[in-house]
Ligand binder design. Structure first.
Ligand code: NAP
Ligand code: MG
Length: 402
């Protein structure tokens, strides 16, 4: 069999623990036998991040800007316990935060659906993708708790020296106060990433906030989305998709009653909360994909879950694990398909489709990792370990490509 050719390399970001083991298995058994795989490899595993003073993460993000498409393995975000476990020089920042800061992107999360795993919300037939604005609001707020009556004011001093000040509240006793912000530039790039991704995936885009109550703050989000939509409007029409704005409470009600199949853009806090609700309702974190899309059209694909530390410690003890590789496989297929689209390589896109179909077919036939067995309904399931699961996928992939 001749291997499928690639033109431009993918930026490959390796990672940590159990997902690093999955990464190698996926490459060895599902990619390298079929594709003449071209990647520019960056090792984002914690030892290498520590050795390079985290420069490798910055280099990987810059390479993504250069080539346009990356695929990332889950990585450890160090905490105190990891400092001693890995003898780190510093408590390095989350690689995802570093990459996001360099690419200035928005993260889109979507579940992989199986007919045998029914969403808790019975009406949902298609995935719901959540786009969470990842800058500002309460995540960068300043807070104050006071212990006497007084007056709270909100004051802004411009570089020009001009001062704007308004009274927040006259307080007759102890109180709590919060000052938060967002940047117009960040809201604009959030909006553009959302419109871009809606076009890429041909799905409607919903955006919600609470502009009836927060007339200036949320009102600005609504206005900026409307302005940024203008240059996209014709392309939306052509693609047969819609953008619509609604109040957050109306959106929540509509989402529950919907059939799915759209992107829901959320402000930072709404996205934090709603992505946990939506992903739990769809089934399993192990079946959730994630892609970072920058406003100028760079893409970084990954699984939404972490490095599955508990399984890794068992693996180190020599035990077999039944870790689900599907979201990581779909990170690869997402990246390969995007590369295929950009480089006009239909065979590469076809390979991505075939590999995804082989994964779904394997699971629909009842062969699945343990995490899914207790979620599957209406079929006999056979729990298998990771290696056997990947072998079963490879078998189906080979016959699809024959
Ligand atoms: P996690 O790795 O997502 O795992 C949490 C639990 O979810 C696992 O113990 C496992 O449950 C289940 N699970 C997750 N993915 C699974 C899979 N593919 N197959 C089967 N079960 C799966 O989260 P964590 O344990 O909180 O974090 C571990 C490390 O990952 C941390 O160092 C964190 O910093 C990092 N992290 C990285 C990213 C990223 O790179 N994007 C995201 C989140 C966390 P059972 O043990 O019950 O089987
Ligand atoms: Mg959350």
């Amino acid at each position: 069999m001749t291997k499928i050719a690639m033109r431009t390399p993918l930026v490959e970001m390796d990672g940590d623990e159990m997902t690093r083991i999955l990464w190698q298995m996926i490459k060895d058994k599902l990619l390298l036998p079929y594709i003449d795989l071209k990647t520019e490899y960056y090792d984002l595993g914690l030892p290498e991040r520590d050795r390079t003073g985290d420069q490798v993460t910055v280099d990987a993000a810059n390479a993504t800007k250069k080539y346009g498409v990356a695929v990332k393995c889950a990585t450890i975000t160090p905490n105190v316990q990891r400092m001693s476990e890995y003898h780190l020089h510093e408590m390095w920042k989350s690689p995802n935060a570093t990459i996001r800061a360099i690419l200035d992107g928005t993260v889109f999360r979507a579940p992989i659906l199986l007919s045998c795993v029914k969403p808790v919300v019975r009406g949902w037939e298609k995935p719901i993708t959540i786009a969470r604005h990842a800058y500002g609001d309460i995540y960068k707020a300043s807070e104050l708790r006071t212990d006497e009556p007084g007056v709270a004011t909100l004051r802004f001093t411009g570089e020009s020296g001009k001062v704007s000040e308004i009274e927040v509240q006259k307080l007759d006793g102890p109180a709590v106060l919060q000052g938060m912000h967002n940047k117009e530039r960040s809201i604009r790039s959030f909006a553009r990433s959302c419109f871009q991704y809606a076009l890429d995936t041909k799905q409607d885009l919903w955006f919600s906030s609470k502009d009836t109550i927060s007339k200036i703050y949320d009102g600005a989000f609504k206005e900026i989305f409307a302005e940024e939509f203008e240059p996209y409007a014709a392309r939306f029409l052509e693609a047969g998709i819609e953008y619509f704005y609604t109040l957050i409470d109306d959106a929540v009600a509509r989402v529950i009653r919907s059939k799915g199949g759209f992107i829901w853009a959320c402000k930072n806090y709404d996205g934090d909360v709603m992505s946990d609700m939506v992903s739990t309702a769809f089934g399993s974190l192990a079946m959730m994909t994630s892609v970072l899309v920058s406003p100028d059209g760079n893409y970084e694909y990954e699984a939404a879950h972490g490095t599955v530390t508990r399984h890794y410690y068992r693996y180190l003890q020599g035990e077999e694990t039944s870790t689900n590789p599907v979201a990581t496989i779909f990170a690869w297929t997402g990246a390969l398909r995007k590369r295929g689209e950009l480089d006009e390589l239909p065979a590469l896109c076809g390979f991505a489709d075939a590999l995804e179909a082989a994964c779904l077919e394997t699971m629909e036939s009842g062969i699945m990792t343990k995490d899914l067995c207790h979620l599957a309904e209406g079929i006999e399931t056979t729990p298998v370990n990771t290696a056997a699961f990947i072998d079963a996928i490879a078998e189906r992939l080979t016959s699809r490509l024959a």
